[in-house]
Design a protein around this ligand. Structure first.
Ligand code: HEM
Ligand SMILES: [Cu+2]
Length: 536
């Protein structure tokens, strides 16, 4: 971004990291420290969730249950899914990288409400502590908590609902904070159409968080009321309706898949132009498609319920509407590819992950219509095809976008450079491991293997063995990546303010940035994507 002033000096002395001691973290109002705490916490849950995934893959090595009981298997996939969704993927990019980079991108000194920001983090901690408390009688309902089972299960569903309620509250507060920050704290000259696309995606994400999350909060409260007080919301015997739960749940959880994917798309829109040295193609189309996705996301929740006994008319309408979501998504993918076209592309680790995102997300996206179309959905519902589809979008998409962001911004966040060779090795392992693990699930799924079972017919044995081998390669790749992060933190060489020669404002601040980010608030005169021009 063409802004007045040169990159700021200093930084490697410690910047915002200089102050030591746990109090300086626990009571910090600095958005960067709060973002960093979110990153540590969410990455921790990603790794724990990953251990549960490996336990599932271990059990699935044999067609009969061998290592764990059926109940233990149910608990494992519930904990795996719930942790990955609620404690990792929803908060990781918005609350972690978003907190860190929204003010820096805006040319601001902090978010609009720093105290509320800190409160959000501690509400989040309270939420996961309650969830950990619920492990005395671990959940076995799947991450979707469908009634009537969840209303009767002996697991600590009520406690867990309370924990998720708190996590949701934290998410709402963060979303509110970001909306106000983006409206109010843009640096002089930073018009809406000069904002980095990461901000547009975070803006759309925040709107979904604020509008959709209260619904799931109420859903869980009603579930708790049913369990504690015997009020019949979902239980037909008490005059309730179990399908009502599914409507409530998906009214939240479909929009929330965009809370998971939009921030990652924002990162991709930042990384692609930098490493192809070209202005982003179709800036406005990408910006507004984020808003379009946020809006359309609220209209399609019924596509998760085609087999729940909804009326054929409702089914047809939800199926029809679902296809519209493909349009703004395809607009983004098209624009990224058009940006790459004739660019001077280099393959540093952030770019490798960004390209991986496009490829894997395309596979995930293109398998969506098979699930969105009524006729094929009925066949594929609750098979491993679904498991493959959402891992391609969520892990192949969001998690790869997250990895791209971590590698891209590591020098800025820590003031240290990563070892690029090790980063590429980790990437190669992740790429191969991911596809071996999850592509085989498409095959098993189309051949009819149902999800959420510890046992399966022997005819699916080969696919499952291959998938488990892939998951080990994937896990090794992720461990190598984590090891590289630790080594980078400990003894990475000092990072310059702008190692990738990028134009957005965060690179004007020192690496790592000082408390309050900028010594002088930058004045913005251009958009941040003028790559390939003499100035860049
Ligand atoms: C680290 C590599 C991963 C592996 C090997 C893996 C493996 C699996 C397997 C085998 C299942 C199906 C269990 C069953 O239906 O019997 C599953 C379910 C699931 N996974 Fe993953 N997974 C991984 C990462 C992730 C990530 C990153 C996310 C989300 C961001 C995720 C979200 C889910 C969800 C939501 C479910 C559904 C749980 C349920 O049915 O209630 N997984 N995973
Ligand atoms: Cu959906």
């Amino acid at each position: 971004m063409e802004a007045i002033g040169r990159p700021e000096a200093g930084g490697n002395g410690g910047g915002y990291l200089a102050e030591r001691g746990w109090r300086s973290w626990a009571f910090t109002l600095d958005h960067k420290r709060i973002g960093a705490m979110y990153l540590w916490t969410t990455i921790f849950f990603f790794l724990v969730g990953g251990v549960f995934a490996l336990l599932l893959r271990l059990e699935l090595l044999s067609p009969q249950t061998r290592y764990f009981s059926n109940h233990a298997y149910n608990v494992f996939f519930t904990l795996h899914g719930s942790m990955m969704i609620f404690l990792f993927i929803i908060p990781a990019i918005p609350s972690g990288l978003g907190n860190f980079f929204i003010p820096l991108h805006l040319g601001a000194r902090d978010v609009a409400f720093p105290r509320l920001n800190l409160a959000s983090y501690w509400v989040f901690v309270a939420g996961f502590l309650v969830i950990i408390g619920s492990l005395v009688a671990p959940m076995d309902t799947g991450w979707t908590f469908y009634t009537p089972y969840s209303a009767k299960s002996a697991a600590a569903v009520t406690t867990l609902s309370l924990g998720l309620f708190l996590i949701g509250l934290s998410s709402i507060l963060t979303g509110l904070n970001f909306i106000v920050t983006i409206h109010k704290l843009r640096a002089p000259g930073m018009t809406w159409h000069r904002m980095p696309l990461f901000l547009w995606s975070m803006y759309a994400t925040s709107i979904i968080q604020v509008i959709a999350t209260p619904v799931v909060g109420v859903t869980f409260l009603l579930l708790a009321a049913e369990r504690l007080l015997g009020v019949g919301f979902y239980d037909p015997a008490k005059g309730g309706d179990p399908v009502l739960f599914q409507h409530f749940f998906w009214f939240y959880s479909h929009p929330v898949v965009y809370v998971m994917i939009l921030p990652a798309m924002g990162i991709i829109s930042e990384v692609i132009p930098v490493f192809s040295r070209k202005p982003i193609f179709g800036y406005k189309a990408i910006a507004y498609s984020s808003l379009a996705i946020a809006f359309l996301g609220f209209l399609v929740w019924g596509h998760h319920m085609f087999t729940s006994g909804m009326s054929p008319l409702a089914n047809a309408i939800f199926s029809f509407l679902t296809f519209f979501v493909a349009v703004p998504t395809a607009v983004k993918v098209f624009n990224w590819i058009a940006t790459l076209y004739k660019g001077s592309i280099t393959f540093e680790s952030p770019m490798l992950y960004a390209l991986t995102f496009i490829f894997l997300f395309a596979v995930g996206g293109l398998t969506g219509p098979f699930l969105g179309a009524l006729a094929t959905n009925v066949q594929l519902h609750d098979t491993y095809f679904v498991v493959a589809h959402f891992h391609y979008t969520m892990m192949g998409g969001t998690v790869m976008g997250f990895f791209a962001g971590l590698h891209y911004w590591f020098p800025k966040m820590t003031g240290k450079m990563l070892n690029e060779k090790v980063a590429r090795l980790a990437w190669a392992l992740v790429f191969v491991g991911f596809n071996v693990t999850f592509f085989t699930m498409f095959i098993a799924g189309t051949r009819g293997m149902p999800r959420r079972y510890a046992e399966y017919l022997p005819k699916f044995h080969t696919e499952n063995v291959i998938s488990t081998i892939g998951s080990v390669v994937l896990a090794v790749g992720i461990l190598v990546m984590c090891w590289n992060f630790f080594q980078g933190l400990r003894k990475g060489g000092p990072a310059p303010a702008n190692p990738w020669r990028a134009l957005s404002l965060e690179w004007k601040a020192a690496s790592p940035p000082d408390t309050e980010n900028f010594h002088e608030i930058p004045i913005v005169t251009e958009w941040p994507y003028g790559y390939g021009t003499p100035k860049a």
